[in-house]
Structures are given as structure tokens and as C-alpha cells.
Design a protein around this ligand. Structure first.
Ligand code: DSN
Length: 435
């Protein structure tokens, strides 16, 4: 490649990323699995930690030069244990799915039966045969799911567990509206000798804040998750346990490394440490506002004629709201039309959908809009934009322009250190000279 081609290529890549970022600044991101980093956590992503390797555990590394990495990782582990009120944390899985693969490596024999929900009921792809479960050739034992309640049918699930006796029982969803009835199932799990495993990726921040539920103290031996949804940290993974079983924790530790990682992305680990500290300081207020906003969004949409799931139980106890948009054209068409108006959601399979390729639902998450300071009245405005676009025949350009104007009022990340002063942009060019 010539220098001229190189320059053009680098400019093209940088300006495309900048364009993306500016578009998001004027948009309403409602993808339930995303969030924004705080300014300090974000800065650590481009620290020298990014360039280094640190295999193993603090104090027992395979490389030199890890003194300060060890200090930060010890702090990160301590903060994780404090935040989740537990005796074990491992911050080396580099994503939620990698954390799940580590759990499978530590706790599942090849071909083993594992209890789980179905994808159509909101389960994550890691619990599908074509996903992480396939690595262990897991045989799924599906729980009974009450699609009206968007919740397990406890009695029917107990019967299935007693009959099939899976040694491991996974709880957790991607379309995750309500806590699992863990306490009701605890005795059955104990009777069949099954270990509880909770994939809390979506609701990790809520769990940390003492909302939603507390899986490690409601019968689950392991809590896995990604660290960037309701817990607004870097894109990374985590393993947590409060078990007294030293062997289990040893297996999780060696599954994390050398099982499923070599280096564990030290810059993300440092950013996670900051995010965990910020969650300890601001998490309760933030989590409470997330759930309030999600409920407000559900109510505001329902008032405008949208078919929001679980209206009979206040729509949700998490950051998510699920809407059946069959009448508006189906999940795919609706998500695309909303995107054209700068409202970012994902099409989502809902229970009862006839075709997984053409889901009738959309899933909305309130965590990112809450992070930039929105409250319940702003959720009303979001619902109004959607109503104008999808029910009242307003065009995406007109609605998109109003969305961008509305978003100008929300330019700072909240619930974090330094947020008061640090005006937040979605993107800063590190090298303005490249422009
Ligand atoms: N697929 C992501 C979600 O949106 O739920 C989680 O990995």
C-alpha cells in the first residue's frame, strides 16, 4: 500500500467511526445490551494496559512487567466481591459468552443435561446447541415457561427437574423482564443435587444494587455475566460465586485461565475496576432510575396503543420492555423504520412467534438513556416519537430531526466520577491531526 493509499484508508476508517459516533449523539439508543462508559473508564481503554500481557493471577504471572497490573487487578477483584457480596470473583473472561464457556468448562461434562429456557422464551444464544452449549454437546432440559407471565411455571418446572434431574440448572435470559423464582426452586434443585448457574449479563447492575434478585444468595453457585449492560462497564466478562466449595472455585479459576483466555485485555480490566467503584457509589440510584424509566416507557407506549407485554404486572422489573409490533408491520420492519428516525432498537423473537426469521417483537432497554440523565417524563417523549412514526404517519426524517434536537439536552454521562464537569461526547479523536 502506498503512503497516499494508507492516508486515505486511515482517514476513511476514522471518519466513518466519527460519523457513526455523531449519529449516535443525536439518536436514542435503546438496545438492551449496550451502555456508555464513564469518562475515566473510557480513558483507561487507551492506557498502556492495552499493550500488555498478564497471564495467570496477580502475583503468579507468566510475564514480567505486571506489578501495576497486579495492583489494579487485586483492586478490581476486591471491588467485585464487595459489590456482589460474595467470596469469589474472576475478571479474566473477556466477554459474557466467554464467561459462560468457562462455566461450562468448569461445571459440565460432555453430553451432560443442563436445565435452561428456550431461545423463543428469551434465552441467550450461549444456551443453544449452535452456541456455547454445543461446545460441551449439552443436552438441554427445558423448563416450563409461562408466556403470559414471561416467567417460569414453578410447579411444572419442578416436575421437569424431578423427572430429568439435570446436574446443572441455568437461569438467565436475553429478553429478561422478571426475576426467576429461584427461592421456590431451591429445594428441588437441592433434592436432585443440581447446581444453580445464573447468567446475569443483562441484570448485573441491578443485582449489584440489591434490586431484581440476588442469585448467589438464592441458591445459585455461580453468577456469570458481561459487564456492560445495566452494569455500565467496559465490554468484558466476569465470574462470581459465594460458594464454600473450594474445588468449584478452583475449577472456575482454571477454566478462566488457561481454559478460555490467554491474556484478559488488561485495559478493560482496569476500566472495569473504575466502573465497579462507580457502581458502588452511584449504582443504587442509577439502578432504581433504570427500572422506573423502563416501567414508565412501557406505560407510555401502552397508552399510545402499543401492545406492550405484561401490562398486568407493570411491564417489567428490569431495564427491558418488550413490545409486540405485529400490527405495526412486524419486528424487522419496525426496527428499520425506527432506525431511520434515529431510534435504535432490535427486533426480538417473542413467545408464540411463528417464524424466528420474522419476529413480531421489539426489545427496548432504558439503561443507556437513563445513563445520560433521562427520567420518566423523557420516556413519555420517546414513546411519543414512536407513536408519531408508527401510528400517526409522520415521516422518519421529521421524527429523526426532532429526536436529534431532543437528544441535545442529554450530553453527559451520569452516575459516575467526574460526570459533573466532564461534558461527554460519544467520540473524541485522539489524533486530531488525522482529520
Ligand atoms: N446478544 C446480546 C443481547 O442483546 O442480549 C447479549 O449478548
Amino acid at each position: 500500500m502506498s503512503v497516499e493509499e494508507l492516508e486515505a484508508t486511515v482517514h476513511r476508517i476514522c471518519s466513518t467511526v466519527e460519523e457513526h459516533s455523531r449519529w449516535f449523539e443525536g439518536a436514542l439508543p435503546l438496545i438492551a445490551s449496550e451502555n456508555l462508559l464513564s469518562p475515566y473508564a473510557k480513558e483507561l481503554l487507551i492506557s498502556d494496559f492495552h499493550s500488555r500481557y498478564a497471564e495467570g493471577l496477580p502475583g503468579e504471572r507468566y510475564y514480567e512487567g505486571n506489578h501495576w497490573v497486579d495492583v489494579v487487578e487485586q483492586e478490581c477483584l476486591r471491588l467485585a466481591r464487595e459489590l456482589f457480596r460474595c467470596n469469589f470473583a474472576d475478571v479474566r473472561p473477556i466477554s459474557g459468552t466467554v464467561a459462560n464457556i468457562a462455566v461450562l468448562k468448569a461445571m459440565a461434562e460432555p453430553g451432560m443435561q443442563i436445565g435452561s429456557c428456550r431461545l423463543a422464551e428469551g434465552a441467550h444464544i450461549s444456551s443453544a446447541g449452535f452456541g456455547a452449549f454445543g461446545i460441551r454437546s449439552v443436552k438441554q432440559v427445558y423448563y416450563a415457561f409461562d408466556t403470559h407471565e414471561m416467567q417460569l411455571d414453578v410447579d411444572a418446572t419442578k416436575r421437569i427437574l424431578l423427572k430429568e434431574r439435570p446436574p446443572l440448572a441455568l437461569f438467565g435470559l436475553s429478553l429478561f423482564l422478571f426475576p426467576f423464582p429461584l427461592q421456590e426452586l431451591q429445594e428441588t434443585l437441592r433434592d436432585i443435587g443440581a447446581l444453580g448457574w445464573y447468567d446475569g449479563a443483562h441484570v448485573l447492575g441491578l443485582i449489584a444494587s440489591g434490586l431484581f434478585q440476588d442469585p448467589l444468595h438464592e441458591g445459585c453457585a455461580v453468577l456469570s455475566g458481561s459487564t456492560h449492560k445495566t452494569l455500565p462497564g467496559p465490554q468484558h466478562g466476569i465470574l462470581l460465586s459465594d460458594s464454600q466449595d473450594a474445588d468449584l472455585k478452583k475449577r472456575l479459576t482454571s477454566a478462566a485461565f488457561p481454559g478460555v483466555t490467554s491474556n484478559h485485555h488488561l485495559n478493560e480490566m482496569a476500566a472495569l475496576a473504575v466502573s465497579l467503584a462507580e457502581q458502588l457509589a452511584f449504582g443504587k440510584d442509577y439502578s432504581r432510575m433504570i427500572v422506573r424509566n423502563a416501567k414508565a416507557l412501557g406505560a407510555a407506549l401502552q397508552q399510545r396503543g402499543f401492545q406492550v407485554l405484561c401490562a398486568h404486572k407493570d411491564f417489567t422489573e428490569s431495564h427491558q420492555v418488550a413490545v409486540r409490533v405485529e400490527a405495526e408491520g412486524g419486528g424487522d420492519a419496525v426496527a428499520k423504520r425506527l432506525e431511520a428516525a434515529r431510534i435504535v432498537v432490535n427486533k426480538n423473537l417473542l413467545p408464540g412467534d411463528k417464524s424466528p426469521k420474522h419476529p413480531e417483537g421489539i426489545r427496548l432497554g432504558a439503561q443507556e438513556l437513563t445513563r445520560v440523565g433521562m427520567g420518566p417524563s423523557d420516556m413519555d417523549a420517546v414513546a411519543e416519537f414512536m407513536d408519531d412514526l408508527l401510528h400517526k404517519g409522520k415521516g422518519p426524517e421529521e421524527v429523526g430531526a426532532r429526536v436529534a434536537e431532543f437528544k441535545k439536552g442529554f450530553t453527559k454521562v451520569r452516575y459516575c466520577f467526574g460526570a459533573g464537569e466532564a461534558a461527554y461526547r460519544y467520540y473524541h479523536l485522539v489524533e486530531p491531526a488525522l482529520r
